[in-house]
Write a protein that binds this ligand. Sequence first.
Ligand code: PGD
Ligand code: PGD
Ligand code: 6MO
Length: 820
Amino acid sequence: MSSSRSNHISRRDFLKSVSAIGALGAISPSLLMSGAAYAAANGEVLTGSHWGAFRAEVKDGRWVGVKPWEGDPHPSHQLKGVMDSVYSASRIKYPMVRRAFLEKGPGAAVEERGAGDFVRVSWDKALDLVANELKRVNKTYGPEGVYAGSYGWKSSGKLHNCQSLLRRALNVGLNGGFVNSTGDYSTAASQVIMPHVMGTLEVYEQQTVWPVVVEHTDTLVFWGADPVKTNQISWTVADHDTYTYLQEFKDTGKKVICIDPFKTETAKFFNAEWIPIRPHTDTALMLGVAHTLYVEGKHDADFLDEYTFGFDKFLPYLMGETDGTPKSAEWAANICEVPAEQIKSLANLFTEGRTMLASGWSIQRQHHGEQSHWMLVTLASMLGQIGLPGGGFGLSYHYSCGGCPSATSPILPGITDGGQAVEGAAWLSNAGAANIPVSRVVEMLENPGGDFDFNGKRAKYPNAKLAYWVGGNPFAHHQDRNRMIKAWQKLETVVVQDFQWTATARFADIVLPATSSYERNDIEHIGDYSLKAILAMKKVIDPVFEARNDYDIFADIAERLGNREAFTEGKSELEWIQSFYSEAEKQGQAQQMDVPDFESFWKEGVAVFPISDEAKQFVRYGDYREDPLLEPLGTPTGKIEIYSKNIEKMNYDDCPPHPTWMEPIERLNGPGAKYPLHINSSHPNDRLHSQLCGTVLRESYAVAGREPCVINPQDAAARGIKDGDVVRVFNDRGQVLAGAIISEDTRPGVIRLYEGGWYNPVEGGKPGSLDAYGDVNCLTPGLGTSKLAQGNCGHTGLADVEKFTGTLPEVTVFDAPKGA
Ligand code: PGD
Ligand code: PGD
Ligand code: 6MO
C-alpha cells in the first residue's frame, strides 16, 4: 500500500488547521440540498478511482456506460471491468454470518471456515454481533486481542478510507486497543533498507522528472520493471501522464534495456534489448557489472569519495578478498545466466553516456530482497551519475506515474485514524497498542508471545483472537495459502467487510457488505506524483442491495462501543469532504495558488493545477550533488551508505552491513533446488491484484476458464503441454489449476502466473486442496525477506507443472456462496 509521501499531511499539520476546519461548520444549505451530492437517475457523472478519472453514464439509476475523462492521455483498458464490478455476480449483497458461528458462538468449527455455509442476518443483528465480539475479545484478551492491521488496496478517496475508518472506530471505541501493522506488501524490503542507505524512502518519492530523462538519458534500463503495465493504476486517481513521456522517449530512438525473465509490455513497446535474467540473481549481475567497472578503472572514484560512505569496506568483498570469491563477470554469469561478455559490455555501455537505472519492486519482493536495491544504489554510485540530469537510479518510474512533473497544487488531508505520524515514516501512524510487520500476520497467529526481529528491534507477537479486515484481500495477497488456512483457525472471530465475495470473505465468520466507491461521494487527487488535479469523486449510483458505506458501518459500531460522536465529529459525508477541500484551499491561498471555492469546484467536478517550468526540470539529488555539506542526506554519515554501521550493529545473519549476494531459500538451478521451474508472480496487466478478477475482463484473458499460466515452449514440450491445456502447477506447499499459454515471452525455466487470481479450493477450508482457478500464493513461501525488513517474498518460489488429466473441477468462486 503506497501513498506518495508528497501527498501526505501529517497529523501534526492536520491539527494545526483544526480551528480552520471548525470554522466551516456552517455549510451553505443550498449546496447540501442542490442534489449535486446525490446520484443522478440519468446523465453523466464525473468520478474516479485507482484506474483514472472517468465519466459514468447513468440510465434509470443504473450505471450503463463509461468513458475516460478528457484529461487522461492514456486511459486504462480495465475501466469496463470497473463498471462491471458494481453489478458482478460476486457482489456481496447482505450481511452474512457463518452458520456454526451464529449457532454455536465464536471459535465454533473453525475448520469449516471457507466451506461457504452462511446465513443471512439483518444489519442490526450483524452490527450487534461485531460490537459484542470486539468488546468480548478486548475484555478477555486485552488491547492486543483484536488485529486491525488490515492491509490492502481499498479504494481511492480521502474520506472513505476504510482502513483508517476501522482504526478510527477502534481508537474511539476500544481506546486504541488493537494490533496494527507496519509497512506494506509492495516495497517492504526497500522502504526499510533505503532509509539506512539514502536517508529516505525512495520508493514513494518523486523521481528525476521525465522531461529531463527524455532530454538527457542515453541508456534507460528497466530493471525488473514494467512501467507500461503497472502505471495503469495509482494509489490515488491515476493521471497516466507517464505514457506521453514513454512515447517521447521512444521517439528519440535512444537505447532501452529490459532486464527481466519475462518479455514485458515495456520491452515490446520500446522494442528494447531484452536480457532474460535468471530470476532472483539481480544482485549477482549488478556485482558482476560493478567488478568490471572497478577492474577496468571505469568507476567514478571522485564521486565515491565525496558522496558515499564505506566503499572501502565493500571493495574487499567485491574483489573476493574477504571470501575468496571475486565477483567477476564470469562469476556472475554462472549465477544469473547472462553471458560474461554481455555483463562486461553493460559496464561499458553504462559509462559511455547518461544511464538511468529504473528499477521496479519485484526484485525486492523476494528472499533477501534488501540486497538488490542496495546494490543498485551502489552500482549507480560507482557510475557517479546520481544527481546529474538523466543519470543515477529511480525506484518509482513504474508506479503511480512517478517522474511526472508535480503541479503547483495544494495537498488534501484525509480522515485520520487517531494515531500520531511515525517519525521518519510520516505516511504511517502509530495508532494501536502493538504493531507487527504487515506480512508477518500468519507467524503472529502461529506463534503468539514469540519473539521477532525488525529493523534493529526485537518484539513479541501479540495474541490476537479476532481479525477485522477491510479493503484488502489477504487470501489473495498473502503467501503460502495452506499454511495460512491453518493459522486462521487460531482466530475465534473473523470479520470481513468488502463489496466482493473474495476468498477472504469466504473465510470469515461475519461478512458485511460495503459500498463500492461509486455508490458514495469522496474527494481525491489525480496523480500521486503529478498532483495535477483535485477530483470530486461523485456518487454514480445509489448503493446496491443492502450495501452500506464503511463510514456508516463504523459510525454504528463506534456508537455500540459508546462513542459515535468522537468518530463522526458530528459531520456528514459532504461536510467532511468540504473540510478537506477547505484545508487545501487555505494552503493554496497561503502560497498564492489559484484555488476555486468549494461550491464552484464541486459543481465543475475537477480543479486542474498548472505545472511550472521549474517542476519540469527537477533532478533527484541535484541539490545533494551541488552541495553535499549544506544538503546532506538523512543517513548517519550524511552520505550514501554503501556500508551501514547501524546495520552492522544489528548483527543479522541474513542482512550483512554492505550489499551482498545471498542465496535465497530457493531459486531456479540454485543449490538444492527441489523443483525445476521458477514461478513469476508479477502483477496482472488486466486487473489490480485480485480486484476486477470477478468481472467481464476475465473473458479476455482466462484460458479454459482458469488463470493463464505462461510456459516457455521448451518446458511445455518436455511435459507434453499444449496451448490451451489445463495444467496443474504444484510444489510441496500447494497445487493450483491454470490454463496454459505457450510463449517465448517467458524464458525457459520460468512460468508466469500473475498474483491476484481468486482462490477457489475444490474442498473449501481444507488445507492442501486443489485450487480450481489459479491463486499463485498457494505455491509461494511465507517467510520474511530478512530480520531487517521482514517483507513478503511473493516473488520467491519453485514449482513444477503437468498437464491435468483428472476430472475438471468447476470454477465456482466468481458467484456468491450458495444462498448469499
Ligand atoms: P486487492 O485485490 O487490491 O489486493 O493485495 P490487496 O489485498 O491490496 O484487495 C483489495 C480489496 O479491497 C478487494 O477485495 C476490494 O474489493 C476491497 N475494497 C476496495 N474498495 C473497498 C472499500 O471501499 N471498502 C471495503 N470494505 N473494501 C474495499 C495486494 C498486495 O498483494 C500487494 S500491494 C502486493 S505489491 C503484493 N504483490 C504480490 C506479488 O507480486 N506476488 C505475490 N505472490 N503476492 C503478492 N501479494 C501482494
Ligand atoms: P511486478 O509486475 O511484480 O511489478 O510493481 P512491480 O515492479 O513490483 O514486477 C515487475 C517486473 O519484474 C515483471 O515484469 C517481472 O517479470 C519482473 N521480475 C520478477 N522477478 C524478477 C527477478 O528476479 N529479476 C528481474 N530482473 N525481474 C523480475 C508493482 C506495483 O504495480 C505495485 S506494488 C502495485 S500495488 C500495483 N499493482 C498493479 C496491478 O496489480 N496491476 C497493474 N496493471 N498495475 C499495477 N501497478 C502497481
Ligand atoms: Mo503493492
